[in-house]
Ligand binder design. Structure first.
Ligand code: ADP
Ligand code: ADP
Ligand code: ZN
Ligand code: ZN
Length: 752
């Protein structure tokens, strides 16, 4: 697979040229990226890597692409703001493969997004017995193939009437317990004005006929004096049953989850397909059986189909499944909903989509492809990236993993620090010449703890069996740092996020998804800083605190105080642009007239915690700022919308909030995602401080610096999915390096 790569610069290597990049914290840097090479972009968290690669290079590529469309199409596309850059040359078509979770759409599975499912359907339509039609007859996304009961969702929803209606109350009195159906609202009026009901009578006093009429309406019976009234339940089902939960927010979502119950479809037992499609067999296996198999187990089943008429389909399917296996995802099943995948898994699934493509001369941009990946599987990802390059593509990865950076032809480092202390290009060239502090840190091997700290006790987990766990009994020591390791899919998250949480209800789980970020959220609101800051502004200027609330009178009218304009696009992530009127400051001119210690509220929210500590000595504010600095977010502007934070930044923000009321047990799910080894040192220092204060810290991690630093390691394996789910090693990291497990071997190799 590895072809020899001409040294960059020997020939007149073509380069992508970026001139004067100033997006976010970038300081007007000029950057050259060699075409048809693998380039790694590294630097501490917040140094400006994403600002350069995603917000400048990829954003400009998207904008240029949009320019090529006819004005008819262009007027219907979102207008991407031009990035703040003087010039860009030879950019070409660019594909971004990021860690954004693959949508929560219930119809999207690993099979559908990788197209393995469509190949499998084709195979069934041609070779299964009995053949029931063309490939659409095997598709749960098409009427010809789906289960009529659940229309291919695999689950059916129903309304819990007891949760929806409070029969002790009357309609006037709020009997309908759902936000959009409340007394005075539109639905309520249509009930009240139908003339059918005494809106003052408690529902439990309704006659059977009134009750039926309330729920199902009079649409079936013509000639009623009061015209048609649809029926509360009928209407509710029509409007709400099909709703995508992920699209709901706050109170509506909570109410929805309370009222609408979901269960496996009784007709297809969750298989989503029509009875005919479920009945067809290929070499004895039904289609739902195949999609429920781990991909690694499906490979031999597919290979066993030797019918020459379908040989090309088998070959194409085989190739796609092999790619999934080789990228370390052989433990997934094709029927796995993509909404349940982790960020790293989502990215690798997206990678597989592109690896099958024969297009060349594209620019691919990856966001930390090592995320969630065990060192054992890393070389396969490196092989895939280099093969993409060898097909004639330019491959750019934002990455910290030493082995992956070492595999790059060209390394760019941004820094030297984060935020305002970063944004410069500190290295461009081969890894060998990377001689900055952070560059040297990148190359340093892990330091294995030789004297583990003594445990104060243990939390015992008994018979854990979530997902692939095989009745795991394990003791987690308290008062120390424990690393839970194992290849991707071995069961680490299942053990920690479910098993340990159940065994220890007071545990605080700090994962990357956990921060519920609304569009109004920013570090200042999330940490409760905005209220005291508002109060100070109000007191200093003798005006109302509401003036300094972006959601209230002080907010910019054009963006509703969001600072950003969100344009919802049907199938894509919403497009986000900075509000032109307030320039992202969220406040209107009235609020910005007032100052505190010489700063407007807009200016204060643009400050980082490090800067704001100089302004605020107040006991309600200062300790919070200090915690932000402590978790390594000292560079983050206090008003930066949380929706723009990376997963790692969100996780550390959550940690800063949790440190306020110290728990006893902290659980972290891959806290080093997005972190440079130099940042990891800071994170380990936080863990050590927690341990010193008597807390228990448990981390799910692949990062060998963290594993080596732990007092105790619980290694799961030996493999992934059904090949995993057992404890294969427990003990201190020094012993792990000698253990014959995937993690033990990886640690030993890193120490050599
Ligand atoms: P990295 O990718 O190296 O972690 P980023 O490019 O994400 O760093 O961030 C560089 C700086 O720009 C940070 O201070 C970050 O907070 C800031 N930043 C990133 N995105 C935005 C945004 N959408 N709005 C304002 N500031 C941002
Ligand atoms: P790790 O954290 O070690 O990567 P996980 O605990 O996420 O492993 O996964 C262990 C096994 O459980 C895998 O086979 C995975 O596919 C399966 N699994 C994890 N989450 C889910 C889920 N939400 N639904 C179905 N299977 C799951
Ligand atoms: Zn069904
Ligand atoms: Zn605005």
């Amino acid at each position: 697979m590895s072809t020899s790569v001409p040294t960059v610069g020997r020939m007149h290597t073509e380069r992508i040229r970026i001139v004067g990049a100033r997006e976010h914290n970038l300081t007007g840097i000029d950057v050259d990226i060699p075409k048809r090479r693998l380039t790694a972009v590294t630097g501490v968290s917040g140094s400006g890597k994403s600002s350069l690669v995603f917000d400048t290079l990829a954003a400009e590529a998207q904008r240029q692409l949009n320019e090529t469309y006819t004005s008819f199409v262009r007027n219907r596309l979102p207008r991407y703001g031009a990035p703040d850059v003087d010039a860009m040359h030879r950019l070409g078509a660019t594909i971004v493969v990021d860690q954004r979770r693959l949508g929560g759409n219930a119809r999207s599975t690993v099979g559908t997004v990788t197209e393995a499912a469509s190949l499998l359907r084709l195979l069934y339509s041609r070779a299964a017995r009995p053949g029931i039609g063309d490939s659409s007859a095997f598709s749960f996304n098409e009427p010809a193939g789906w289960c009529p009961e659940c229309t291919g969702l695999g689950t059916v929803r129903s309304v819990d009437i007891g949760a929806l209606l409070d029969t002790g109350r009357s309609l006037d009195d709020g009997a309908i317990r759902f936000p959009t159906f409340q007394a005075g609202g539109w639905m309520w009026r249509s009930l009240a004005e139908s003339g059918h009901f005494d809106t003052g009578k408690p529902l439990r006093d309704y006659t059977e006929a009134e009750w039926q009429l309330l729920l199902r309406g009079d649409t079936g019976t013509a000639g009623r004096p009061h015209g048609r009234y649809e029926g509360l339940l009928t209407r509710f089902e029509r409007i709400w049953l099909g709703k995508d939960v992920a699209s709901l927010t706050g109170g509506t979502r909570a109410a929805f989850e309370r009222v609408v119950t979901q269960r496996r479809c009784p007709a297809c037992d969750g298989a989503r397909l029509s009875a005919a499609a479920r009945g067809a067999r290929l070499n004895g296996h039904t289609l739902p059986e195949c999609t429920a198999m781990e991909i690694a187990e499906l490979v031999p089943v597919v290979t066993a189909v030797t019918d020459p008429t379908v040989a090309p389909v088998v070959a194409a399917l085989r190739a796609q499944l092999d790619r999934l296996v080789s990228i370390g995802l052989g433990y997934l099943t094709l029927d796995r909903p993509t909404g349940t995948l982790s960020g790293g898994e989502s990215q690798r699934v997206k990678m597989v989509k592109h690896l099958g493509s024969s297009l060349t001369d594209l620019t691919y941009v990856f966001d930390e492809p090592s995320a969630g990946l065990h060192p054992r599987d890393l070389h396969q990802v490196i092989d895939l990236l280099t093969s993409l390059r060898d097909k004639g593509n330019t491959v750019i990865v934002v990455e910290h993993d030493p082995a992956l950076v070492a595999a790059a032809d060209h390394v760019l480092e941004l820094g030297p620090g984060a935020g305002a202390a970063g944004g410069r290009l500190t290295h461009a060239g081969p890894l060998a010449g990377l001689d900055t502090d952070t560059g040297r840190r990148l190359r340093r091997p892990p330091v294995v703890r030789t004297c583990p700290r003594p445990a104060t006790g243990a939390i015992s987990i008994r018979g854990a069996h979530q997902h692939n766990l095989r009745d795991v009994d394990v003791a987690v020591p308290t008062g120390v740092l424990t690393a839970v390791t194992g290849v991707a899919g071995s069961g680490k998250s299942s053990l920690v996020c479910t098993g340990l949480v159940a065994a220890c209800p007071a545990a605080v789980l700090v994962d990357q998804a956990a921060v519920h970020v609304s569009r109004r959220s920013c570090p200042a609101t999330y940490l409760g800083l905005l209220d005291p800051i508002r109060a100070l502004f109000a007191a200093a200027n003798g005006v109302s605190p509401a003036l300094f609330s972006p959601n209230a009178e002080g907010g910019c009218r054009h963006c509703g105080g969001l600072g950003l304009i969100y344009t919802d696009l049907a199938f894509l992530d919403p497009m986000v642009t900075v509000c032109e009127h307030c320039g992202g400051e969220r406040f209107g001119p009235e609020a910005l007239r007032y100052r505190l210690a010489g700063h407007t509220i807009g200016a204060l929210l643009r400050m980082s915690a490090v800067q704001a500590v100089e302004v605020f000595g107040q006991p309600r504010i200062r300790p919070v700022l200090e915690r932000l600095v402590e978790v390594g977010l000292g560079y983050l502007p206090l008003g930066q919308p949380s929706t723009t934070l990376s997963g790692g930044e969100r996780q550390r923000l959550k940690l800063a909030a949790e440190l306020r009321h110290p728990g006893r047990v902290y659980l972290f799910d891959e806290p080093t995602t997005g972190l440079h080894p130099a940042d990891t040192d800071g994170l380990l220092a936080i863990f050590d401080r927690l341990v010193a204060r008597g807390h228990t810290v448990v981390v799910v991690e692949h990062d060998l610096d963290v594993v080596a630093h732990a007092d105790h390691v619980i290694d799961l394996g030996p493999g992934a999915g059904r090949q995993g789910g057992r404890v294969v090693f427990t003990g201190p990291p020094a012993d792990l390096a000698a253990a014959d497990t995937a993690t033990g071997r990886a640690l030993a190799a890193a120490l050599r």
